[in-house]
Design a protein around this ligand. Structure first.
Ligand code: SF4
Length: 284
């Protein structure tokens, strides 16, 4: 006999005794309990815990499980892009010491350069570049500021400190990457370098990249991006996608100096760094 039948029989028996004149019997309401679980489940089966989506699938009718689903043909996967197409950068200098020596030769040329009359007459020091000669990632800015002009090193002022924070947050260090500018001398009053100045200085940058052969270049600001990619597109239109410069994948983001003036743009730079580091299997 099921619990439901047992209860009904008991209630009927109590009612019949009560109606027969017997007192001190429990009211049938005291025996009330929730039938819903029993009505929803078979008498002989214990209540089952809720099924997860996985277990529900596993308990699908045997007929369905027994019929194998015809396998669909897997579409061919496109081949991953080649990061260093042969010949893009010419011969690779495999020895780190030779790369550093080759960069030093160019740095000496730069230090004596007088191609831009206004810039070279106002500079304190040329700012060649800093970092690993074997860096996979090159950060490219536009030109030195006052602090850089004094110290001869790129990104050492407030913007440089912010760049350091971005690098650290991205699991990178200055020693792992290479940092360089489009022009090696400070434009007066921090103005943008002119097209002629960029053109005059371009060969130095080109040769630096040929020696380092980075897989990835991060353009910091629109001057760097427009120069490297030879485009007039706005920075906003260039962000969030990969570009190509010879053998390197290029990403465009805001200059740290812009972030100092517009802190709300930091989240966009962080998105770009996530995109960059994902290329190296690093999840930020
Ligand atoms: S900016 Fe470049 S090209 Fe112009 S003077 Fe300086 S090193 Fe020479």
């Amino acid at each position: 006999m099921s619990d439901i039948d047992l209860k009904k029989t008991l209630l009927q028996h109590l009612d019949s005794l009560r109606w027969s004149g017997l007192g001190d019997l429990p009211q049938t309401g005291a025996l009330e309990f929730d039938f819903s679980d029993l009505e929803a489940a078979p008498d002989t089966q214990p209540a089952k815990p809720p099924q997860s989506p996985k277990s529900a699938t596993e308990q699908a009718p045997a007929k369905v499980a027994a019929e194998p689903t015809p396998s669909k043909p897997t579409p061919a996967q496109p081949a991953p892009p080649t990061l260093l197409a042969e010949g893009d950068y010419g011969d690779v200098i495999s020895d780190a010491g030779q790369r550093s020596a080759a960069l030093k030769v160019i740095a000496e040329e730069v230090s004596a350069c007088t191609k831009c009359a206004e810039l070279c007459s106002n500079r304190t020091k040329t700012v060649f570049g800093v970092g690993s000669a074997e860096a996979k990632i090159v950060f490219l800015g536009e030109g030195p500021g006052a602090n850089e002009d004094q110290q001869g090193e790129p990104f050492v002022g407030a913007a440089g400190q912010l760049l350091d924070k971005i690098l650290t947050a991205s699991s990178l260090s200055r020693e792992q990457v290479y940092i360089v500018n489009v022009v090696k001398c400070r434009p007066p009053a921090n103005r943008n370098p002119t097209d002629d100045e960029i053109k005059n200085c371009w060969n130095y940058l080109e040769r630096q990249l040929e020696i380092i052969q980075p897989t990835h270049i991060v353009c910091l600001g629109s001057v760097a991006a427009k120069s490297l990619l030879n485009t007039k597109l706005s920075l906003g239109k260039m962000r969030k996608q990969w570009h190509q410069y010879r053998g390197s994948k290029v990403i465009v983001t805001y200059h740290p100096a812009y972030l100092l003036r517009t802190p709300t743009a930091k989240k966009h730079v962080w998105e770009d760094m996530k995109l960059l580091m994902a290329e190296f299997g690093v999840e930020l």
